[in-house]
Every structure is written in structure tokens, then in C-alpha cells.
Design a protein around this ligand. Structure first.
Ligand code: KIV
Ligand code: ZN
Length: 532
């Protein structure tokens, strides 16, 4: 199966076993607490999602902020293949704004939602059921004047009165919705009950439409609920890479796809167009850019998902992989590292290798990435594909336009020496230098950076992991820095933990400066959960 130019609705109509994968990493996933991706990062993730083979990318919620609008528009302009979808409330100006953002895409969808549960209508919307019906009708009809691909969601569907929800769904179909999504907004559903709700919707709501799942993970059942619904006839699954999303997250895309493929015997021949070998890479990219680490024992993409500790298991796998592995690690891109570049590799081999990995860098971005590659290759004998991905993720995006660039960090420490650090930072050609002492060398480097940039604040989170898990692996530091209530993530990579920390710290400062300069406060951005 492959992505065709036909609409998802037509694909399912032509092949009833075809399941549409609707990725919401950039919309619901980006609503995870603490995630704030910039435009370049969102486009990079969207490009990787296209490479992965998702059918629909929900690129954002254009009315939420100018930044969201511009990111959705940038994705619509540059990412080809999947349908580009924008989320919209029922207000007609929201629908207009959504359309404006997605219009440049070759294939586009408007996703309209309004809550139908009693508690949401009464306490959040402050609308009567009749008003909700009228809003749904008007918004869907208006969206249809722009595109034939319109999705409708009755928010908090799993806690809505079934008959009322079906009335609203019928209104949506009658006004032109071609996908009906049944969100388990608060993760309240259990598999058999949620599946029955979807099967009943199919029976009671008349018309031609694809039925879709959207499950949250508050009780840890998002994937189980989604798969039960597919078994009951749903043909679109809304999910996010690494299970990102509001609160406990959405159904994890990688788990959905591998459940479908590994248990094809049970699910009866359904399939999707995902290129599963891209799953691990997509997971790593999203983790790196969002600052959300993937737990070691996470299904499918966790570092230990294919690691065997006990002697009995090791013996079994060595004799016959299927004794303890139900999936081939290579099928999800968790195979052995295939790409090895070292300090003798030239720019051409470097660019060529990146291209094979799907990163088409040129010009300044290629120069910057190659310079960093040489620096790292001088200190580490071989760079694996995971190392290269981390490096590219650090160097592309907006980093070239950042205010501050780290020139050097030198530190001293040890059992009998007070830790100290000296940093040199470039700001538009001007060299800023400062030294500081600290509780440790990382603390000293951060203090020196604060002194050099003149930006003060509080470090609110700090984790260091190794990119590939080897002793000589690159250190990958993720942290958060808070300046006057504005909290930003930062990420840095180096063979040296202090340098990786300094890079991460400066990365967070650069993001803060950029937000302050743009005048936009991301903490004030409206999100669906907080909207009327
Ligand atoms: O969880 C939810 O209800 C949503 C809707 C906006 C589809 O994310
Ligand atoms: Zn949701």
C-alpha cells in the first residue's frame, strides 16, 4: 500500500482494509506540558513524518497563535505527500484562519471540533445542546466551502450521551463531514466499551464517512482502545510519535503500527502505509526536538525494547530470534548501526550519507553541520547514524539565526580544586568572555554563560543521556531554563558533558531571546483544552 493522491476517504472506500494513520504529534503532541517547538523544528518533524508514510499530518491549531498559524502554513508550503490538516473550533473565523494556513498544501483537511458531553457543554462551552448542534452544522458547512476533506470531532465523546452525540454526528455528515472522529478526550474509555461505541455510531449515523479513533492515555489504555476500535471497524487512527499529547499523551503511533503488523493474524488483513523502518529514527528526532526522553523500556522504540538480559533469553535468541522476539528490530529501524563516518570522511561523503538518511542539507546548514561533524569526529573515532541524526537535529532548524554562538568552554575541577569555567560566546561577531566558579563544572559553565550573555534565570530541569549507549557515546543534554516565568527547553550535544551542557544552556537562552524579540509569549497560547 502507498500514499496516493486520492483523499483518505476514497482510499478506505476503495480498500476496506486500509487504515489511515493520522499523526497529531505537532498538534496534540505539542500540547504536552513544556513542549514548545519552533517553526524550523516543526517543519523538520513534518518532513520526517512524510518520510515515515503517515497519511495525514495534523500540523497545528492555526487560530491558537500567530506562531501556530505560521508553522502550519510553512508545513503546508513545504511538506508534500500527506494530507495537511489544521484544527479548528466551530467559530467561522477559526475555520477561515485554518483554511488560510493549510491552503498552500496540495492535499488539505479542516478538522472541526466541539464538545458534546454534558459537563463540557455546561461548564466550558456554556451552550445548550441546541446551540452545539447549530454550531456544528454551520462550521462543517463552512469548512466544506473550502475543501471536500472535512473531519468532525465531538470532543469528550466517550463521556457524551450516546443519542445526543449521534444526532450531532449525523448533522456533521449531512453538512459534508467525511471523517467522524470519536475522541476519548480524557482517557476514560476501556477497550470493549469504546469499541462498541464506535460500532454503534457506524450503525446509527447514516451516510458515507470514515470513522476514526482518538484515544488519550490517562489509564494507560490509549493503544488498546484504538486497536479495539479498529477491530470494530474504525479506519482512521489518530496517534502521536512516542505517545506524546495532553497529560498522559495520545496513543503511540509506533505501537499502533507494530500491533497491526505483528498481529495481522488477529486483525484480519488490515494495514497502513507506514514505512516501519523509519519508526526508531522518527522517535529519536521527536524526542530530541521536544526534550521528552523515551523511557528505556518503551515498547517498539525504547532502547531496551530488543535487549535481552537473562542468560536463558540470550541463549534462546542466539539460537533462534523468534524465541523471545516477536518483531525484527530491523523492521522498526532498531537494527545495527549501518553508517560509520570518521574524521577522514569528506564533505561529499558526509552530505551523501545524510541524504541517504533523508536529510537533504545544503548551503549554510550543510557547512555548519559539517564543521560540527569534524569537531566531533576529531574526538570520537566513529560516528554512528544515531550520532549523525543528533548532530543534524542540533545544527539545522533555526540555530544559524540564533543570537549567541558558543565559541569555547574551558573548565577546571577535581577533588581538591574549586570548579571553574571560562566561556567565549559570539554575538554578531563580538566576542563575549566570562569566567565563574560553581558547585561543579557544569554549574560553573552555566554561571559563566549567564555572566557573558547578561541573561539571568533558573535552571529547572537537567538530564544527560548518551546518544548510542556506548561508553564513548556522545553526551546529549536536555535542560529547561526559566527567565521571568518564560521557560524554554535547550538541547546540546558533545563528546564532553560540560560542553554539551553549555551548548544546551545557550540553546535555551537563544530560544528565550527569540521569543522575547518576537513579542510572543508561548505561555499565553490558547489550546483546545482551554478553549470554549
Ligand atoms: O482529545 C480531544 O478531544 C482532541 C480533539 C480536539 C480532537 O484532541
Ligand atoms: Zn486529544
Amino acid at each position: 500500500m502507498s500514499i496516493t493522491e486520492s483523499s483518505p476517504y476514497e482510499m478506505v472506500a476503495a480498500d476496506p482494509n486500509r487504515v489511515i494513520i493520522f499523526d497529531t504529534t505537532l498538534r496534540d503532541g505539542e500540547q504536552s506540558p513544556g513542549i514548545s517547538l519552533d517553526q524550523g523544528e516543526k517543519v523538520e518533524i513534518a518532513e520526517q513524518l512524510a518520510r515515515l508514510g503517515v497519511d495525514v499530518i495534523e500540523a497545528g491549531f492555526p487560530i491558537a497563535s500567530q506562531g501556530d498559524f505560521e508553522s502550519v502554513q510553512a508545513i503546508a508550503r513545504s511538506v508534500s505527500g500527506p494530507v495537511i490538516c489544521g484544527l479548528s473550533r466551530t467559530a467561522l473565523k477559526d475555520v477561515d484562519r485554518c483554511w488560510e494556513a493549510i491552503e498552500p498544501a496540495a492535499r488539505r483537511r479542516i478538522h472541526v471540533f466541539i464538545a458534546t458531553s454534558e459537563t463540557h457543554m455546561k461548564h466550558k462551552l456554556r451552550m445548550t445542546p441546541e446551540q452545539v448542534k447549530a454550531e456544528a452544522a454551520a462550521a462543517v458547512a463552512h469548512a466544506r466551502t473550502y475543501t471536500s476533506d472535512v473531519e468532525f470531532s465531538p470532543e469528550d465523546a466517550s463521556r457524551s450521551d450516546f443519542d445526543f452525540m449521534c444526532e450531532v454526528l449525523q448533522i456533521a455528515v449531512d453538512n459534508g463531514a467525511t471523517t467522524l472522529n470519536i475522541p476519548d478526550t480524557v482517557g476514560y474509555g476501556v477497550p470493549a466499551e469504546y469499541a462498541k461505541r464506535l460500532a454503534d455510531v457506524r450503525q446509527f449515523v447514516k451516510g458515507d464517512y470514515v470513522i476514526s479513533t482518538h484515544c488519550h492515555n490517562d489509564l494507560g489504555m490509549a493503544v488498546a482502545n484504538s486497536m479495539a476500535a479498529v477491530h470494530a471497524g474504525a479506519r482512521q487512527i489518530e496517534c502521536a510519535i512516542n505517545g506524546l499529547g495532553e497529560r498522559a499523551g495520545n496513543a503511540a503511533l509506533e505501537e499502533i503500527v507494530m500491533a497491526m503488523r505483528t498481529r495481522a493474524d488477529y486483525y484480519g488483513g488490515i494495514d497502513c502505509a507506514i514505512r516501519s523502518e523509519e519508526l526508531a529514527r522518527t522517535s529519536r528526532l521527536v524526542s530530541r526536538l521536544t526534550g521528552y526522553a523515551v523511557q528505556y523500556n518503551k515498547a517498539v522504540v525504547g532502547r531496551n525494547a530488543f535487549a535481552h538480559e537473562s542468560g536463558i533469553h540470550q541463549h534462546g535468541v542466539l539460537n533462534e530470534r523468534s524465541t523471545y522476539e516477536i518483531m525484527d528490530p530491523a523492521a522498526v529501524g532498531q537494527g545495527e548501526s549501518q553508517i560509520v563516518l570518521g574524521k577522514h570522511s569528506g564533505r561529499h561523503a558526509f552530505a551523501d550519507t545524510l541524504k541517504k538518511m533523508g536529510y537533504d542539507l545544503s548551503g549554510e546548514a550543510l557547512n555548519a553541520a559539517f564543521t560540527r561533524f569534524k569537531e566531533l569526529a576529531d574526538r570520537k573515532v566513529e560516528l554512528s547514524d544515531a550520532d549523525l541524526e543528533a548532530l543534524v537535529a542540533e545544527e539545522v532548524g533555526d540555530t544559524l539565526n540564533y543570537t549567541f554562538q558558543l565559541v569555547s568552554v574551558d573548565c577546571r575541577g577535581g577533588s581538591n580544586t574549586t570548579p571553574s569555567a571560562t566561556v567565549v560566546i559570539d554575538r554578531d561577531g563580538e566576542k563575549l568572555e566570562a569566567s565563574a566558579e560553581g558547585d561543579g563544572m557544569v554549574d560553573a559553565a552555566c554561571k559563566a554563560i549567564k555572566a557573558a550573555t547578561g541573561i539571568d534565570g533558573t535552571l529547572t530541569g537537567y538530564t544527560v543521556t548518551s546518544v548510542s549507549g556506548d561508553v564513548d557515546a556522545l553526551a546529549d543534554v536536555a535542560l529547561r531554563f526559566n527567565v521571568g516565568g518564560l521557560s524554554m527547553p535547550g538541547r546540546g550535544l558533545s563528546t564532553d558533558v560540560v560542553e554539551a551542557s553549555a551548548r544546551a544552556f545557550l540553546n535555551a537562552i537563544n530560544r528565550i531571546v527569540r521569543v522575547q524579540d518576537s513579542g510572543e509569549d508561548p505561555t499565553k497560547v490558547d489550546r483546545p483544552g482551554s478553549l470554549r
